[in-house]
Design a protein around this ligand. Sequence first.
Ligand code: NAG
Ligand code: NAG
Ligand code: NAG
Ligand code: NAG
Ligand code: NAG
Ligand code: NAG
Length: 753
Amino acid sequence: ATLWNVLFKNELLYAISLQNISAIGFYSGGPALTINLHSSTTIHINRSETAQQKCEVCIGSFCQSSVTLPNGLVSVVFSCLQPEDIFIVEIIRHIEYPSLQNFSRTFTWNVRALVQETFRLDFTTTGLQQIRPTESCQDKHVYSVSTGTTRLGIFCRHGTIKEMQVLNEGTVSLWVPGNRQLVTATFGVSLGQEITSLGIINITLPAENSSQEFFSPNYPDSFPDDDVIMWSFHVPPKYYATVHILNHTEPRCRRKDARLEYQLNGRTVVKKLNEAQLSEHPGPFNLSLQNCKKDTGPPSSSLSLQFRVSATRRSSEGLCNVDLTKEEGLLIHIKKKKPTSACILKLNSHAQETVTIRSEKTSYLSFIDCLEQDLLLTINKTLACPQQTNCLFSGVSLKVPALEKCLLGVLEQVTWHLYASQHGTVELMSPMGGLRQLLPGQTCNGSAFLTVSEDEPQGITVGQFCPQGPIQKVQIRVTNLTVSACPNGNDLRKISYPLLNVSFTKMIGESYIFTVLPKKDMAVLLATPAWPAGMRPHSTVSWIVTFSSKVQAHVGFSNISRLTCQNRYACIKVQKQGSWDHLYSWKEDEKPKDIVVKESFYLNMSNCMPLKGAFSVVSQITLQTSKDVLVNIIISVVILLLLLLIISTVVKKKKQKASMVSVYNPNGHVFLPGLHGIPQTTEDEDFHIYHCIDDTLVYGHLLKDGMKINQFEDYCVFFFFGIFSHKYPLKGLTLVLQMSDLFIRFMTPKTFA
Ligand SMILES: *[C@@H]1O[C@H](CO)[C@@H](O)[C@H](O)[C@H]1NC(C)=O
Ligand SMILES: *[C@@H]1O[C@H](CO)[C@@H](O)[C@H](O)[C@H]1NC(C)=O
Ligand SMILES: *[C@@H]1O[C@H](CO)[C@@H](O)[C@H](O)[C@H]1NC(C)=O
Ligand SMILES: *[C@@H]1O[C@H](CO)[C@@H](O)[C@H](O)[C@H]1NC(C)=O
Ligand SMILES: *[C@@H]1O[C@H](CO)[C@@H](O)[C@H](O)[C@H]1NC(C)=O
Ligand SMILES: *[C@@H]1O[C@H](CO)[C@@H](O)[C@H](O)[C@H]1NC(C)=O
């Protein structure tokens, strides 16, 4: 082994390089030096080419700009006061031990600075890469750097560690296995600045996607008690670094905790070892591992850390500071549309899969490689009455909150959480010309649709609504209500007008009241709350339907669910406004009827406690003048005739094959094709009977000129007995066919009512 000690004095500056089993040093000294030179060493004292002063170096009386010292004791004198500013000293040590070549060899450089001072090891030319103590290097040249009794690490050549600053006393050793030639490598030594840690390791990440591992000093044994080590990373432009802890052990601490401290852009961020670390950080950063004062009690615990630093090139970064300090109860949630997208979301310097920002503070966001359509935004806004106060307010507008342009993402939902005072009613009105109930399968014309839900007890959806329709007001007897707006296609951000006006009012008598102003000739569909699921047990709903006396309303119940009640009835009642006159009533064990109402009315429904099934109804209201009704009858008759014609033709064709045709309908419902009436489901009726109808009898009295009756021969038409109704889709006419006695009778809604 070769051992070479270099003593550092304050005013001396050395650099040692290792070259072909030789050591080279530089120094500059005081005005006079006495040096005893061995034959294996060569020293050059050269004036620096950049020196301004004309200082000379003299041996005896012979002075020149540079000298090569002879062997043996020699005195050197300088012609100026501070020759160290002007001269460079090169010390070349020739170490040739061919006889030791077969042995494994360790070359050690002991470097000492004065107390509190540091020396700097410059590995710029080789670069080092830290390895696990049990690992070896490809070229079998293993370096070890220590300070005092602490081993900073074990390294191979060709890495990203360019420099180390080590506190006052250090050792660099190089181990080469037997039978292997020492390969040239150079490192420099110089005095460093004062530091507060055990050492600083400078790493320059390459300008390519990279990943490398680092270990705490003494790994896998404990990092010294109460001490600090720092890694200083230089990240090339456009690269983003992420720190990931691969393995760690934590000591039991007497005071404070072992921690990692990041210095980034002048900020200090402290992280515990078990926390998520720095992610996607651009620019340089320092990372310090700080140990605590350990608890001395057995069993001993230790601090060790293995971490990876990776860097990836990114092409764009958008910064966005969202100031919500003046907002209240606002929450913005950002998520990636596809989790696999390259887009990186950061909140306050931390990369996150999803980001939630809250009101009353400023959030610092950054979007790396993100496109607007990569991200989805949702907003929650809370409107609450202060607790315990009887707060009634009116006309609060629900508007899509304006978002900063820099906040990327498609706004796909805004949810308002309305917390009223106890036992109140939430009243919703559209400032945009009413609301239309949106039933499954339908679409909205407007740019957004609204979903109204009750929070309690289990998040019931009251209904979905489109802007512009006959529903003027929705009153819901709840304390907490949720209203969500979703875009009808694009982005909610473009909507600047208020979507709803909300008032918290006094309690109403029904669970729900809808105020409806239908327009003439436009069918209004009204579904019970929670459609298609049933209403809550014992809940009631009322539609206040108001229209002018010039028209009459045709009311149909197209879709009533089947249910069995435990005690009370589930019922539907139609009642004249401002009077107790019942125009119609229905209980769950009856067949519903379509009716015509001549003046404004209440349509009230109440649920029972269902034993089986649930209570849900879709009602259809159409306003018409009496004249329209007549026109409809004529149209309906023509349609019916055509229909029978089609049926007869079909049946006739079938008859040619078999004289007896039979159809089995396993559901027990028989519908005429094209007629979507209400099925008659009373058990004592037989739905599966075919009946022979004489053409002439059926429509002889209806047909006018232009149609030859006798072109029809006798044939079978299948029909079921009883009454069925058909809502004529254009005008809402009810056509009632009485099929008994082989007659069809047409009744106007008036006759029916
Ligand atoms: C110093 O001068 C000698 C002789 O001129 C030369 O061989 C050597 O490379 C020089 N050293 C430096 C560091 O310039
Ligand atoms: C090494 O890192 C320290 C701490 O960040 C810094 O002061 C020093 O200038 C760095 N050295 C080099 C060569 O980058
Ligand atoms: C993590 O550290 C423990 C203790 O030092 C060690 O036993 C284990 O092998 C390490 N695991 C990995 C994946 O390095
Ligand atoms: C925000 O609103 C959505 C949709 O209603 C809901 O699922 C979510 O729980 C809400 N978040 C908070 C924090 O209230
Ligand atoms: C309404 O919401 C508030 C806040 O979430 C909650 O504390 C309260 O219990 C809810 N009230 C009812 C009746 O559900
Ligand atoms: C129907 O509802 C209205 C309120 O919408 C109410 O005034 C009326 O009393 C209710 N009628 C019945 C029979 O419950």
